[in-house]
Ligand binder design. Sequence first.
Ligand code: 0X9
Ligand code: ZN
Length: 785
Amino acid sequence: MRVRAMGATVGVSGLLVFAGSVLGLAGVAAGGGDGISNYDGYTHVRVWPDDAWEVGVTRDAGARLLSEGFAAGRMSEWIVDDAGLETLEASGVTYVVIDREIESRIRAERERIALANEALALGRADSWFSDYKSVAQIETRLDELLAAYPELISEEQVGTSVDGMPIWGYTITSPVGGDADSKPGLMFNSTIHAREWVTPMAVMYIIENLVEDYGTDPRVTRVMDELVWYIIPVLNPDGYSYAWTTDRFWRKNRRDNGNGTFGVDLNRNWPVGFGGPGTSLNTASDVYPGPFALSEPESIALRDWVLAKPNVEAHIDFHSYSALVLWPIGYQFENTVPEPDLSNMVELSFLMSDAIFDTTGYTYAAINSAELYPAGGVVQDWVYEGAGVYSWTFELRPETAGQGGFVLPAAELLPAGQENYAAVLALADALVDGVRVEFLQSVPSTADAGSPVAVGFTTTSLFDVSLDGASGAVYHRAAGSDDKFEVVPAVGLGDGSFDAEIPGQACGTTTEFYVEVSLASGATVRSPSVEGEFYDVAFAAQSTAVEDAFESPSGWTVGAPGDTASTGVWELAVPQATDAQPGADTTVDGTRCWVTQAASGASVGTFDIDGGATSLLSPVYDLSAGDAASVRYSRWYNNSAGASPNEDVLRVFVSNNGGATWEILEEVGPGGSGTDGGWVTVELSIDDVVALTDAVRFMFVAEDSGGGSIVEAALDDFSIVTAETCCAGDTTGDGVVGPDDLFELLSVFGSSVTGGVADGDLTGDGAVGPDDLFELLSLFGVVCG
Ligand code: 0X9
Ligand code: ZN
């Protein structure tokens, strides 16, 4: 027997799901064609059959395939009985045991759910989402919501299952903005697969929060006024019930196939690519697509609802597990989706995956469905190709079998709901706006008094919206005032980008602003998207306290207690490119930067970080004069090359006592943006983390905490800007705007000055004139803190 280290050669992020083009190979269940009511004596194994013979052995040993297919050279996951385990052992097929305690885990889950139900009945449960819910409980909860929010949610029966259970669809929208079916629509379904129990929970979280947040949360109010949401929480009620009562790992519906086997895979039963890769003609298989496309009433229910709602523009089919956002198509490798649909769906996939990450920190990789594995007859492909609606398959938490697989720990149900609610809100915002407005550089919260602030932005189409002939503008006024907005037209750069700035303001004032893009269609898109919300910029006297391009030594040092890295130690040098390391610094006309060993070496793994941590420390800076300070630097971080990607982090610390104690300033990784190389410039507030003193210091710690990872980091163009806030209009600096300031201003009236407010130049335009007088009079009597 050859047993590999767990996780050694798993392909895409340790996926549960996999299938090659293995028509006819998948899932001949040794356990027969119906459910397994007791998993005593069964073992969950991960198998790597090397050749066709081993594929056959695996197939004969397996009682339940947890992945959707299998082939030589690829990993698949199975539940096998004792005889099957012996077969694997005797045959020499490579496998590892994941779990011998399946039945006790199932029993523990049942007991826990029973306790949670008691707590719920007694009113003692933390929330409805503290544990899984049966079909009946889901329907009861929906009935409560129907009764509590009759204006916002309605129900219709969209079909009837094989065994005669009703399939319910819910329409959720506000009475504002016209008839439901006249608004652009989003449609979601979940629980096509019976064992994917987190999916109805996440969808219930979405429904509940949409109706509860309506009228209080402006963002939700907008997407309820402007859109309609159509949701089927349980598309496969027979299978889901069966998974609760009998077989926890049942996947299909409960069609009697007439030969002692049961079930059709509802996610193989669709007309696009029907019977193609990742399906099996064996009726016992978990990926049996049925006798013909749309043979199942559950499929027909969803199809008819999609066709009945031509206003629907986006659809998500919720599955678990693997933590993925999948864009179409998935029935073949060649992606035939035309532009602009492909770019739009890819953009939206990343938008949703980012929203998830920003909510809970969980990484859902956004990839093409076929890249996961090609599978014919999947819902998503029909919704996109057959109905012309943008469509995604979501695979919810967890990422791996080891994290629970289909049996996600109950404590993760609530975060799973929250992160997917964030994803669909991001999708909804995009559907309302049609385009995304993004700033070209991050908008600073503090800017230098009197200097204009660049607020250039780009527009990207997300749904099929034309950007031809679009124009843009910036609207600004004193924060919190009722003043009319002043409009500054943005200058179109031709590629969807706009140059724009807000004029510099007097020290001590805060400006609020938004940008707006007017499309040729007459529609307008605003950022921030919610009416009544603004970006704020506070004007203060800024000065650059530190500016270091790292072209020569400047007092930075390497090494801290606990550093054990044997290679890849920080050094100031010209970096040599590898697959994980930059080939150049970021300084204009510069060459050097701090980098975790500059040499490229024989291969990518020769001089990356190995053996632990390496720390880079700044000199001590005196920032005590500032009221606020921000640090800006360009960093490079790559932990995604190599056999164990996304396992390590880069930590940046700040101290205000010379390094005696440290606070975390930012953490990059283990997954998410900025972990795949590329220089990233960040600007972070220092005073948000530590009080400003005369002993402020920074530390950059990169490490390789386990084996097998490639980790590289680099740092360049480090600067610190401090800001002194001022009391607008207080030219004399006594904390009050009064007669003394008026005399002071009048005494220099008409002259050019350089001292800003202190010289009477309240508006920061370099001269004292009527504008300053006017400003001062408007501030007269203000007392500053
Ligand atoms: O295979 C499926 O039906 C989905 N995975 S699951 O584990 N929930 O069963 C994924 C379907 C995504 N589409 C393609 N891979 N083509
Ligand atoms: Zn599924």
